[in-house]
Design a protein around this ligand. Sequence first.
Ligand code: TEU
Length: 552
Amino acid sequence: MNQPNEPWWHGTSIYQVYPRSFADSDGDGIGDLRGIIDRLDHIAALGVQTLWVSPFFPSPQEDFGYDITDYTGVGQEYGTLSDAEELIRAAHSRGMRVMFDLVLNHTSDQHPWFLRSKGSRDNPKSDWYIWADGCGRDGRRPPNNWRSALEVNSAWQWCPERGQFYMATFLPFQPDLNYRNPEVKDAMFDVVRFWLDRGVDGFRLDIFGQIMKDPQFRDNPLSPHVVNGFPQGWRRQYTENTADNIDFARELHDVCAEYGDRILLGEVFGPPEVLRAYHADGAGLDLVFLFDFLRYRYDANWFTETIRRFEQAFPSPMQPTYVLENHDRSRTIDRVGGDPAKAAVLAVILLSVRGVPTIYMGQEIGMSNTYIPLDDALDPVASRFFRRLPEFVNRRLRERLNRDEVRTPMQWDGGPNAGFCPPGVRPWLPVNPDHVTVNVADETADPDSLLALYRTLSRVRRASAALHRGTLDLIPGLPEGVLGYRRTDAASGEQCATFANLGRREQEVRPISSTLLTGCGGATLDGELIRLPPDSAIIVRRTSSQRSAAGH
Ligand code: TEU
C-alpha cells in the first residue's frame, strides 16, 4: 500500500506487548513468548502492522526485564531462543513486522560485565561502566549534580569495592554502560546484529536520549523555569540529547543499514523541536516517541495545538509518532473518568492523524488502571521511592506512581484469571475485577465495542492512502470544541477528513460532499451535514473529484 520508494514503516502502526502480562502458556502466572505466539491472531485481527515486544531477556527481574544480564538469551520464565525465533517467523507469516526492545543505556548490576567491572579499578571490564571519583574530603560526595531520570535521587551510586561512584541514570541496580569505550560499543552493536540476523525488523530503544553524557562530567545548569511555583531543577544539558548522543544514533543507524530496511524507534524525552535532531537527515533514528499525548488534555484546542506542533517539527518525509498509553503511564480511559465514549474519540484521533500510532496492549478493549496500594507494589520505582506516601494521596493522583497498575494481565475473557493464565494459578499481578465486562471475547462479539472500533479504524486506515500516508491540514474555524483535519494523498487524489467533538454541546459541520468511513458516539453524516453529539467523532472521504482548500 505504500508508494514503491517509501519505507515500510512510514504507514505502519505499532502494538506494544508487555510479555510478562500478555498471555501465560505454561501456567506459572507469568506471560511468555509462546503465549504471544498463541495470541498473535488477536493482534493481526486488530489490523496493526508492527509488533513491539518489551524485554524478555535473562534478568533478575528487579525492573521486570529492563535490567538485563544476557542480551542474546531469553529469560527462562519467557521461553527459549527458538521461541523468540518462532515469534518473529509467526508474526512475519501474518504480515506483521517485529521490533524488540533494546536496552543500551544500562545493564543489570548482576550482569557479569558489571560484577567484573566493580571488582577493581584495573580489570579488563573496569572501564565498561561510567565510574568517577567522589568529591569532598573523604571522596564520598557524588562527583557532580547529575540526577537520575526520576529526579528524586543522584545519578551516582557508591561502590565500596572500588571506592568510587558509578552512574545509574534510572535505578541504582541499573549501571550505565560507558559508550566512550569502543569495546562496549562493539559488544552492544554485536547484540544488535545478533537479533537482526534472526530477522527482527527493528528496535524500540530504551531511554535512548541519555546514553552519551558529557565526558567532562560538567554540572548541569539550573533550569530558569518555575512551574506552579516550583523551580524545575536542573536542565539536563550535559546528560540528555547531547550532540554526542545524536552522533551515536547515526552509528546505530549504520549498523542497522547493513541489514536494509530495519528501523530504530527511540524512547527520548524533550520537546519535538529538539527531538527532531535524532533524524539526522535520515541517517539517525527513523522514529522518536513524542510523549505529549500520554498527558493529553481532553480539549479540542489542546489537540489542535499539539498536532500543529508535531506537524511543524516533523514535516514529511519525517513521521511524528502518537502514543496514548504505555507500560509506564496511566491508561487512557482513566484520564477521562472511565468514560468509554471519550476513549473512542481518542481512538479515532490516534488512528487518523499523520504519523505512526502505537497501541499498548489492552488499550483496544479499554482496560483501566488496576488500583494497587503502594505497599503492595512490585514496581521498583514505587517501592523504592514512594512507599512512604500516604495512600489517600496516592489514590487521588492523576499520574500513577505504581507502574504495576498499568501492567496487570491482559483481559482475554470474563472467566477466571481473565484467560491470562489457567484457573487456580496466581498471576504475577492481580487481574482487574472489571475483566468480567472488559475483555477481548465479549468485545469481539459486540459490534459497538471499543475493540470493534479499533479494528474498523485500523482497517479503514490501511485501506486509505490518504489516512496512512497523506498530508495533514488542520481545518480552521470549526465550532467550539471540535477538532478537525484533512488528510490528502497527492498521488491518488484521495482526501479524508476527521472531525471530533470534544466539547459539551452538539455541533454541526458541513464538509464538501463526502461518504462515511467510520465514526463513534453517534456522529452522523446526512447529505452534506455532519452532526456531532458531545464525545463523538467521524472520518469521511471526499467524493467530489474537484479538490479545493475549503474542506468544510
Ligand atoms: O523508561 C524510562 C522513563 O524515564 C520513564 O518512562 C519512567 O518509567 C517513568 O517516568 C517512571 O514513572 C524506560 C522504560 O520504559 C521503563 O519501563 C524502564 O523501567 C526504564 O526505562 C529503565 O529501563
